[in-house]
Design a protein around this ligand. Structure first.
Ligand SMILES: NC(=O)c1ccc[n+]([C@@H]2O[C@H](COP(=O)([O-])OP(=O)(O)OC[C@H]3O[C@@H](n4cnc5c(N)ncnc54)[C@H](OP(=O)(O)O)[C@@H]3O)[C@@H](O)[C@H]2O)c1
Length: 349
């Protein structure tokens, strides 16, 4: 058998794969946003022969510097590459790049492997899987877990679903991008896995945020809380990343609240469609709606603190109103008692 990946420069040993699993020739990469750019850079730096395209052309510049070729259009990427990775925002972006719904679609995907790496609904992905197969292409889902920093470090966790051989080839291809990849059966198994992982992430970070709020309003030393959490069994890479941000009220973005809300909606929709209850997710969903409505959508997901603080203000003002009402009731009752007593006194005089 022949070792693969035509270029030999910079190929780490674990990248050697055999013909049946290989991706030969150019690899296409479309979507050089927050995640796509570092992912594509890691592929280029590892020696993957890459042809890239991004809607906003200026974002392709670092890839050109890293040795990738920059195509003038998505059609050129599909002309030159047998496997095309798509790291796009949503289904509408994927459809636009593939020319889905136009005669261009079949021309682009026939004989190609299309790898959908963004986060969309599993339902959307299943529809795309069928359309790609009907047009003579191969479809692989490969959503990732992790944000910008793990993307820069090549330490994302990849979940890969589709035809077994194509999944093996894509897992090998993604070695410079992902610390680990997992085969998740046929599509949309990888997106369902990704939504399950995000359900845990969202509820975990929201819980951590509420814990900081609870401690602060009880007058506790929040840096002590951070130390206690760090020493305990719930410490994780996520808590170690988010707790210092909560302590410093640092809302600079790692994973944006608006993207978390998008994920929240995808999970809630998938749960409703399957007839599942998702009570914790639903509570977080409402809080992230409020976070975005309060104008914090562009901040990190720990900005959900603003929504929790607003709820506390509501509770306090409702309590104050209730206390006010009780005091008014008591005053009125005292006045009536006085009137009766005074009336009785007068009558008796
Ligand atoms: N950020 C994270 O932490 C994270 C983690 C895991 C998964 N994800 C998921 O990964 C995907 C990408 O995330 P991201 O953070 O990289 O998003 P992003 O920074 O907003 O990048 C989105 C990419 O999609 C392109 N795009 C959007 N609409 C398009 C259209 N109509 N036609 C062509 N291209 C279009 C953008 O092009 P322009 O440059 O021209 O705007 C950009 O390249 C999303 O599905 C997200 O949910 C994100």
């Amino acid at each position: 058998m022949t070792p693969v990946m035509e270029r030999d420069r910079g190929r780490p040993p674990r990248r050697v794969r055999w013909e049946r699993w290989c991706v030969v020739g150019y690899v296409g990469f479309v979507g050089l946003g927050v995640m796509g750019r570092p992912m594509a850079l890691n592929l280029a730096r590892a020696g993957t022969p890459l042809v890239v395209w991004n809607r906003t052309p200026a974002r392709s510049a670092p890839l050109r510097e890293a040795g990738a070729e920059v195509a003038a259009s998505p059609a050129e990427v599909f002309d030159r590459a047998s496997t095309v990775l798509l790291m796009l925002y949503d289904g509408a972006a994927v459809d636009a790049v593939l020319g889905r719904g136009t005669p261009e679609f079949a021309a682009r995907v026939a004989g190609r492997t299309v790898v959908h790496m963004g986060t969309t609904s599993p339902e959307y992905s299943a529809g795309l899987r069928d359309d790609v197969a009907a047009a003579g292409g191969t479809y692989v889902e490969a959503p990732v877990s992790g944000s910008r920093v793990p993307a820069e470090q090549g330490r994302l966790v990849g979940m890969v679903a589709g035809d077994e051989d194509a999944v093996a080839a894509v897992r090998a291809l993604l070695a410079p991008v992902c610390g680990e990849t997992f085969a998740c059966g046929p599509a949309p198994g990888a997106l369902l896995m990704k939504l399950s992982v995000n359900l845990f992430l969202i509820t975990q970070v929201t819980g951590l945020t509420e814990a900081f709020h609870f401690a602060e309003l009880h007058g506790l030393d929040r840096s002590l809380l951070l130390d206690v959490l760090d020493a305990g069994p719930m410490a994780s890479a996520v808590s170690r990343m988010k707790a210092p941000k909560l302590l410093a009220r640092d809302f600079s973005v790692q994973a944006g609240a608006v993207d978390v809300l998008k994920n929240n909606r995808l999970i809630a929709d998938a749960a409703r469609q399957a007839g599942l209850a998702s009570p914790l997710l639903d509570a977080c969903h409402a809080l992230f709606e409020e976070t975005v409505a309060l104008g914090h959508g562009g901040e990190d997901m720990v900005a959900v603190l603003h929504a929790i603080e607003a709820r506390t203000r509501d509770v306090s003002s409702r309590d104050e109103d209730a206390r006010g009402e009780i005091i008014r009731d008591e005053n009125a009752r005292d006045a009536r008692t006085r009137d009766v007593r005074d009336g009785a006194g007068t009558a008796g005089a």
